[in-house]
Ligand binder design. Structure first.
Ligand code: NAD
Length: 244
């Protein structure tokens, strides 16, 4: 039990990687505070995890809703030790045809949403003089045709992570980033089959990652084993970004 007596706030927890993190962290003894914009899936995950889990539905792009979630978490669990800023969306398209709406949505959810959640979580963490924040980038942060919005948002998250790591280190707060490759979640399942086949060919490990593979990296960053690790980006991608 590596997270006994800890309270972890996980965004995008209604499915996919966020749900896997919630399940893994609950199994490690944490109280899990779950946020998602979809209240139905969120309630199902929270109910399934039992009394040490609670749902705080919110849209991470809304400062008011994010603040209300943190207030609710502190009222319910009395503390906030960990933030997993995981919520994200894709709206793919070539740059020439990218609509302003799809640019705004993807950048708002991933980049602004991550910032707002970090900003709301850092105050109680600073008061406690301890905390762990894990943000979510992607292999797409290195560049991916058809994802100019997503790639820019995810690269921005790496800059945000490194800057927050520097600002928050004196307060005992560590900020790291997990950058998944192609992980078998509803987000990847929405990609057309021929594109998925091409993606698979490029993965040295010859399989898509499972959400649990990514949750294991989150657990490392939030465990005592990572006591001296901050500002780092861990690619969980089966070797996709290794080599030329
Ligand atoms: N699956 C992959 O291959 C992959 C690869 C690299 C990075 N990622 C990143 O990992 C994270 C999780 O991805 P996933 O594959 O589990 O995606 P997913 O689409 O399966 O789940 C994302 C969850 O975020 C929620 N969400 C969306 N917008 C939100 C908002 N405004 N406020 C609150 N919640 C919101 C959704 O309702 C959903 O439950 C995302 O940041 C994604 O960009 C995923």
């Amino acid at each position: 039990m590596r997270l006994q007596n800890k309270t972890a706030w996980i965004t995008g927890a209604g499915q996919g990687i966020g749900e896997a993190v919630a399940r893994r962290f609950a199994a490690e003894g944490a109280n899990v505070a779950l946020t998602d914009v979809n209240p139905e899936t969120l309630e199902m995950v929270a109910r399934d995890l039992g009394p040490n889990a609670a749902a705080f539905p919110a849209d991470v792009t809304s400062k008011e809703q994010v603040a209300a979630a943190v207030k609710g978490i502190l009222e319910r669990f009395g503390r906030l030790d960990i933030l997993i800023a995981n919520a994200g969306v894709t709206r793919d398209g070539l740059a020439l045809r990218m609509s302003e709406a799809n640019w705004d949505l993807v950048v708002d959810v991933s980049l602004k949403g991550t910032f707002l959640c970090c900003q709301a979580a850092m105050r109680p963490m600073m008061e406690a003089k301890s905390g762990r924040i894990v943000t979510t980038a992607s292999v797409a942060s290195l560049g991916n045709p058809g994802q100019v919005n997503y790639s820019a948002a995810k690269a921005g998250i790496i800059g945000l992570t490194r800057t927050l790591a520097l600002e928050l280190a004196p307060f005992g707060i560590q900020v790291n980033c997990v950058a998944p490759g192609a992980i078998d979640t509803p987000m990847l399942q929405a990609v057309k089959e021929p594109v998925r086949e091409e993606m698979l060919k490029r993965i040295p490990a010859k399989r898509f990652g499972q959400p649990e593979d990514v949750a294991a990296a989150h657990l490392f960053f939030c465990s005592d084993q990572a006591a001296y690790v901050t500002g780092q980006v861990l690619f969980v991608d089966g070797g996709l970004t290794t080599g030329i």
